[in-house]
Design a protein around this ligand. Structure first.
Ligand code: ADP
Ligand code: MG
Length: 231
């Protein structure tokens, strides 16, 4: 028991440190971004094309670090979950333009189907964040185009959202690692997308399941129709 207590104490300390560091990184980033934006406005001379491109690239990279810090904060810190009755298909529909844009950039076709599902107690911002993470993974997996499909359906006391792609799938020997923080097979990956999705589903009393059998991947988010008492 003593060992368990000290281990959970260590984990708590670790997540406090991670949350603190992530938070401290945000402020200087905001300053950097602000000055770079000013620079971008002043670089209007046509002979400055290369410099304009450098500034654009710097802003881009800062955006990536900002995203990473937000994901780290989501994982490391207990965060407020504001659940209100929501229609999941409606939330997915609101993301339609953003999803369609990502899909088009990757030469992927997107389709969305939904059954008649009951409203669920959801935190709309967190759920949308989760959907976008899953969509990103799907389109990133389809290097040579393909089909992205989202299907919302009933499964007993659960509403299930399947995000399917026609990418290469996930090798079985990697299956038990994809939810580990920082596990990535991508050059520019963070390995935080799936752990964050698992965390968000967990915040709603649900879970994320992945199935991939050689060709294509389906990531299913299971959400309970009944609000969990306290998660
Ligand atoms: P990242 O996208 O930054 O790599 P994630 O946690 O989102 O981190 O995903 C972890 C890994 O799981 C990915 O690097 C990839 O190997 C695998 N993965 C996730 N989704 C898919 C998918 N739809 N198809 C194939 N592999 C996937
Ligand atoms: Mg990802």
């Amino acid at each position: 028991l003593e060992q368990q207590v000290s281990r959970s104490h260590k984990l708590a300390t670790l997540s406090k440190v991670a949350a603190g560091v992530a938070h401290e990184i945000r402020n200087p980033l905001t300053t950097l971004k602000g000055f770079l934006q000013i620079l971008a406005q002043r670089l209007t001379d046509a002979r400055m094309a290369a410099e304009i491109e450098y500034v654009r690239m710097m802003l881009n990279e800062i955006g990536r670090v900002e995203d990473m810090v937000s994901e780290l904060l989501l994982l490391a810190k207990p965060h407020p979950v504001r659940r209100v009755p929501c229609a999941l298909p409606q939330l997915v529909a609101e993301l339609g333009p953003a999803i369609a844009e990502l899909a088009a950039e990757h030469g992927v076709t997107y389709s969305f189907a939904c059954d008649d599902v009951p409203e669920l107690p959801l935190d709309p911002a967190l759920i949308k964040h989760m959907v976008m993470n899953l969509v990103k993974n799907a389109v990133e997996a389809m290097e040579h185009g393909g089909e992205l499909r989202i299907h919302v359906r009933n499964e007993g006391a659960w509403v299930v959202m399947d995000v399917s792609d026609t990418g290469p799938g996930i090798p079985f020997y990697q299956m038990d690692r994809i939810f580990d923080a920082f596990f990535t097979t991508k050059e520019k990956g963070t390995g935080l997308g799936l752990p964050v999705c698992q965390r968000i589903a967990g915040d709603h009393g649900g879970e994320v399941r992945v199935s991939s059998k050689g060709f294509g991947t389906t990531v299913s988010v299971w959400l309970p129709v009944q609000a969990p008492a306290e998660v």
